[in-house]
Design a protein around this ligand. Structure first.
Ligand code: DGP
Length: 226
């Protein structure tokens, strides 16, 4: 059986350079002759994504729980596509994923475990690259834009939760859903960040025979009678 391609997630604060780095990574993979596809969450093109887009632009008001579930549903909309691409041998690079879901919604005061629940069992990344930058340095890059979460206190809280997730993902007790989480210093030059990312991605491009993992798979009992 031929190996499947790896699933790579890029996470970070707003203005960490994430989207630019995702594009650079895709270009590098393609230049190396590796089929690669960039996905971005939220995917604002779907019906659910359009509701999220309106919310982020403050054109609509939604309950915090509801918007969290919509963000998660937006990931589930693409879950089978991600699995198909990986099996076909296409590297999937994802600009944000379930970790953003927890980091942003828990920062608004929703319970951490409640935030995790709807994303349990999504395809698990083989590698998560977290582009770490202080909110001050991110702001110095031209300030935050107009969107709802682009405020300093929010970004500070988001960063603290990302750090907690990093410890958890690399820790014991993750079972099959354990996946490598690498923190990259995103205050470096764009070229240095791109090199640091490539150093982790390049060893994986030959693919893997490991089955696609399930995110936080051990979190719930699968048997209602247990
Ligand atoms: P972006 O298009 O990458 O700028 O992301 C839009 C904003 O949405 C950004 O501030 C991060 C936030 N975000 C991304 N995913 C989630 C999620 O699952 N839940 C919540 N509450 N916010 C998210």
């Amino acid at each position: 059986m031929s190996p499947r391609a790896p699933f790579i997630v890029i996470e970070g604060l707003d203005r960490s350079g994430k989207s630019t780095q995702c594009t650079t990574l895709i270009n590098r993979l393609e230049a190396a002759g590796i089929p690669a596809k960039l996905l971005k969450f939220p995917d604002r093109t779907t019906t659910i994504g359009q509701m999220i887009d309106a919310y982020l632009k403050s054109q609509s008001e939604l309950d915090d729980h509801l918007i969290h579930l919509l963000f998660s549903a937006n990931r589930w909309e693409l879950a089978s596509t991600i699995e198909r691409l990986l099996r076909e041998g296409t590297v999937v690079v994802c600009d944000r994923y379930a970790f953003s879901g927890i980091a942003f919604s828990a920062s608004k005061g929703l319970p951490f475990e409640w935030c995790r629940a709807p994303d349990v069992s999504l395809p698990a990344p083989d590698l998560t690259l977290f582009l770490d930058i202080s909110p001050e340095a991110a702001m110095a890059r031209g300030g935050y834009g107009e969107e709802r979460y682009e405020k300093r206190e929010m970004q500070e809280s988001v960063r603290r939760i990302f750090v907690r997730l990093a410890e958890e993902m690399n820790g014991e007790g993750m079972g099959d859903s354990r996946s490598a989480w690498i923190t990259v210093d995103a205050s470096q030059t764009m070229d240095d960040v791109s090199e640091a990312m490539w150093a982790h991605v390049q060893p994986m491009i030959g693919g893997t025979h490991r089955p696609i993992g399930r995110l936080w798979a051990g979190s719930f009992s699968s048997d209602a009678t247990e």
